[in-house]
Design a binder for this molecule. Structure first.
Ligand SMILES: Cc1cc2nc3c(=O)[nH]c(=O)nc-3n(C[C@H](O)[C@H](O)[C@H](O)COP(=O)(O)OP(=O)(O)OC[C@H]3O[C@@H](n4cnc5c(N)ncnc54)[C@H](O)[C@@H]3O)c2cc1C
Length: 472
């Protein structure tokens, strides 16, 4: 690693104790660097969005919601009797306890690797200096810290539009501790967070209406996936209204009255606005240090994640690129390798944005890696498309009408599988494995030569033989 520089208080000062920040701090300290991490949310902020108000609590609530249909489906398999009653306070309390445990794990990992953790809000003063003041969770005495390198990992924030009654809009941050449980929930938005919360609260027993201004949910995903998921969510009870929006909200004795664009109204108990996220740069002092931002406020970085100021780097959601935890982790490790050298025996890492697999934890879930059919047609020319829609074996007895979609997109010229998409149970678990194959350049012939695991849903990916569409 580079020699510690007595000119500065620390070698690396990380702002933000979320996915990217914690990973970078730990790895850099492991290479012998002096590292300070500043987190504004106190100990309870450690782990950032993913641990506290994102991936982890959302997935726990998704598990909770799945029990509703599991109890119902069990009758077909011989289980009798009334389903148990759902208790919202128990779920909230158990989630809080698990997150507190995880905050502690993060704290111990940082302490164990020798990172100095400072609780407070950090603001850049110049290219090497940060001012720390008390954050929302209290913490540090005001201080100035100098650092040879600074890493910005402050994440993102939900965006709430200005509409009459926007003070009644909730964001995804508010959904985990809602009190009371919303019997009637309106979800605004069609992205993955909106669809996931619609599925979760529908499963837990809310009457969910979802409004999305676009023609189909999950913009940017494969069109078959979008159409299929939309239809499945409706079958499960979400009142999904496309090409729709709301114009105002007022409180009445019956609840929140929501005026719909184009006429009509709804009365609900809570309104979740999940229409997008913005980089969290407020009060960060980017101007003072001369850090350049793009149109959306995202911090602009080069391929080494270096900002316009050579001593300042940025990773994760604040750079507004791919907003996923594993991507923030990969970016953090790239920065550490770049600044302090790779682990012994390894080449320095770079972050690849190709073939990033992702899942949407809706009911049913979505898993996807690689190009959509439309992208492949546009960018590769001649392709073949393999698609299968079917009722999974489990649902022959469960009574559920849920169906599964599996799809492969193959480049004709090379036979490479360039896109793999699924809507169905455990889609994320299944697609994670296939993502390795795509990353390794697997061809359709490789898929055909792979023996399926029977009886599984996943075997369909290696047994589809006849293209349903082809050409340009
Ligand atoms: C509802 C929801 C569900 C999600 N689900 C998934 C999922 O299933 N899978 C997935 O991969 N990703 C998911 N994500 C995205 C994932 O959470 C983010 O991509 C990831 O957390 C980004 O990490 P980060 O390090 O950039 O920032 P964050 O994890 O947001 O951490 C930023 C930290 O910086 C702190 N901070 C901010 N400003 C300052 C300051 N000035 N001084 C000191 N500290 C500061 C904040 O308190 C916070 O702790 C989800 C996000 C949301 C909102």
């Amino acid at each position: 690693m580079n020699q510690a520089d007595p000119e500065f208080d620390t070698d690396l000062l990380v702002i933000g104790g979320g996915s990217g920040g914690v990973r970078a701090a730990r790895m850099a300290a492991g290479r012998g660097a002096r590292v300070t991490l500043v987190e504004s949310g106190g100990t309870a902020g450690l782990g950032g969005t993913c641990v506290n108000v994102g991936c982890i609590p959302k997935k726990l609530y998704s598990y909770a919601a799945h029990y509703a249909e599991a109890f119902e489906e069990s009758h077909g398999f011989g289980w009798q009797g009334e389903p148990p009653r759902f208790d919202w306070p128990t779920l909230k309390q158990n989630r809080r306890a698990e997150l507190a445990r995880l905050n502690g794990v993060y704290r111990n990992l940082l302490d164990g690797s020798g990172v100095e953790v400072v609780y407070g809000h950090a603001r850049l003063l110049d290219a090497h200096t940060v001012h720390v003041s008390q954050g929302p969770a209290g913490g540090a005495e005001p201080a100035r810290l100098s650092a040879r390198h600074i890493l910005l990992a402050t994440g993102g924030l939900p965006l709430v539009p200005e509409v009459p009654g926007s003070e009644y809009l909730l964001t995804s941050n508010d959904m985990f501790d809602l009190e009371p449980f919303p019997a009637r929930l309106l979800v605004i938005g069609g992205g993955y967070i909106a669809c996931e919360f619609a599925s979760i609260f529908n499963g837990l027993g809310s009457k969910v209406t979802q409004l999305y201004r676009g023609p189909q949910v999950l913009r940017g995903f494969d069109d078959d996936v979008r159409r299929f998921l939309g239809a499945e969510m409706i079958k499960k009870g979400v009142d999904l209204r496309l090409n729709s929006g709301m114009s105002s909200i007022t409180r009445t004795a019956e609840g929140l009255r929501v005026e719909l664009q184009g006429g009509g109204e709804l009365t609900v108990d809570a309104v979740l606005c999940a229409t997008g996220r913005v980089p969290n740069v407020e009060g960060l002092g980017l101007d003072a240090a001369g850090v350049t931002q793009g149109d959306t406020g995202a911090i602009l970085v080069d391929e080494d994640h270096r900002t316009s100021v050579p001593s300042i780097f940025a990773v994760g959601d604040v750079t507004g690129r791919v907003q996923l935890t594993p991507v923030a982790l990969a970016e953090a490790m790239t920065v550490v390798d770049h600044l302090f050298g790779p682990p012994p025996g390894h080449a320095p890492r770079s972050t690849s944005y190709e073939l990033i697999p992702t899942a949407v934890f809706t009911h049913p879930s979505v898993g996807t890696v690689g190009m959509t059919e439309a992208e492949a047609r546009r960018e590769l020319g001649v392709i073949s498309v393999y698609r299968s829609e079917f009722k999974a074996l489990k649902h022959t007895l469960s009574g559920s009408s849920e169906r599964t979609l599996m799809k492969l997109v193959v480049e004709e010229a090379t036979d490479r599988v360039v896109g793999l998409h699924m809507v169905g149970p455990d889609a994320g678990e299944i697609v994670q494995g296939f993502a390795v194959a795509l990353k390794a350049g697997a061809t359709k012939a490789n898929f055909d030569a792979t023996i399926g695991i029977h009886p599984t849903v996943a075997e369909e990916f290696v047994t589809m033989r006849t293209p349903v569409a082809g050409g340009r």
